[in-house]
Design a protein around this ligand. Structure first.
Ligand code: BDR
Ligand code: CA
Length: 313
């Protein structure tokens, strides 16, 4: 079986951390590198968190620090959900893993240019790194096999009524990526809100007893608590791993091709992903938008992913 080559661009973040666990441990995926962006916390913290997760699972994956702020708009972070460290909850051992010297953007450009056009770029944070790479070297667009992003919503946002965090955090960058002319799969809140990590799910994953499941449990205890405090929900929506799970099982998501445009000019609706669900505009579809998810299958994929790791001992 040929492995799918992927780059994971993320802002860990509790759900990003689970996406790393799933991607790094999968025999179906070749995780070429993790590029990191400021988002859930400052760049310094999200890079440290990516290194902490990679070290925890003993993965041999390079981590590249990327942009420390959005292209145009003022920076926002998600401290209320992810805590002061960006990954509150687990007690991590002293950090030995460090990021590579090279900045994420030139690394993305080099890696994509040298590729056979067979790399899927998965983004689970603000899309600044990929957008900057596309602006610096437009030739990489033809080399991207596909962009799979967690972000947006055709219904309700989670930062404003209109906008989801990863898009509103850098809507100009999202616009650059959505208009790059490559196949885009948008995994938005419409589906990720259906995979609520409840205390029952946490108990189920704990039973695996691996080093990855131990990290999952420590992460999710914090994540579920803050999601309950902030949004009043019985569990945390495990947004980001849906992207990786959809690569592992293409039948996981039901998608609908839609014309998607990022709102950049409005005050109230800045960062909204305007998805033409019913095709009113008569414009070509620009993205496959996820509209449903097989929730049971998703948790099976998470459990299989966690079980692949060695026992916590
Ligand atoms: C997205 O925002 C971040 O806080 C999460 O990590 C996820 O990528 C959900 O809106
Ligand atoms: Ca994220």
């Amino acid at each position: 079986m040929e492995k799918q080559k992927i780059i994971l661009d993320c802002d860990p973040g509790h759900d990003d951390a689970v996406a790393i666990l799933l991607a790094a441990g999968s025999p179906q995926l070749d995780l070429l590198g993790i590029t990191v962006i400021a988002g859930n916390q400052s760049l310094e913290k999200t890079v440290r968190n990516a290194c902490r997760v990679v070290q925890w699972i003993g993965a041999d994956v390079p981590v590249y620090a990327g942009c420390d702020r959005p292209m145009v708009r003022p920076q926002i972070i998600a401290k209320d959900i992810h805590g002061e460290s960006g990954l509150d909850g687990p007690v991590f051992p002293p950090l030995a893993k460090s990021p590579e010297e090279e900045h994420a953007v030139p690394w993305l450009i080099r890696t994509l240019l040298e590729s056979d056009g067979d790399i899927t770029v998965v983004t689970t944070g603000p899309m600044t790194n990929l957008a900057m790479a596309l602006r610096l070297q437009p030739k990489i667009a033809d080399k991207i096999r596909r962009i799979v992003l967690m972000g947006g919503a055709y219904a309700n946002g989670n930062v404003t009524p209109a906008a989801e965090f990863n898009i509103i955090a850098d809507a100009e960058a999202a616009h650059v990526c959505f208009t790059a002319g490559r196949p885009v799969t948008m995994v938005g809140l419409d589906v990720t809100r259906k995979v609520l990590c409840t205390p029952e799910i946490v108990r189920r994953m704990a039973a695996s007893g691996t080093c990855a499941s131990r990290l999952f449990v420590d992460l999710m205890r914090h994540f579920c608590r803050t999601q309950k405090e902030v949004f009043g929900w019985p569990g945390g929506p495990l947004h980001d791993p849906v992207t990786i799970a959809s690569l592992l099982d293409p039948a996981l998501l039901t998608v609908r091709p839609m014309n998607v445009q990022i709102e950049l000019r409005s005050t109230q609706s800045y960062g909204r992903t305007n998805c033409d669900y019913f095709g009113y505009l008569g414009l070509p579809a620009t993205a496959d938008v996820a509209i449903d998810i097989d929730v049971g299958r998703f948790w099976d994929i998470i459990e299989e992913g966690l079980r692949r790791y060695p026992s916590a001992g």
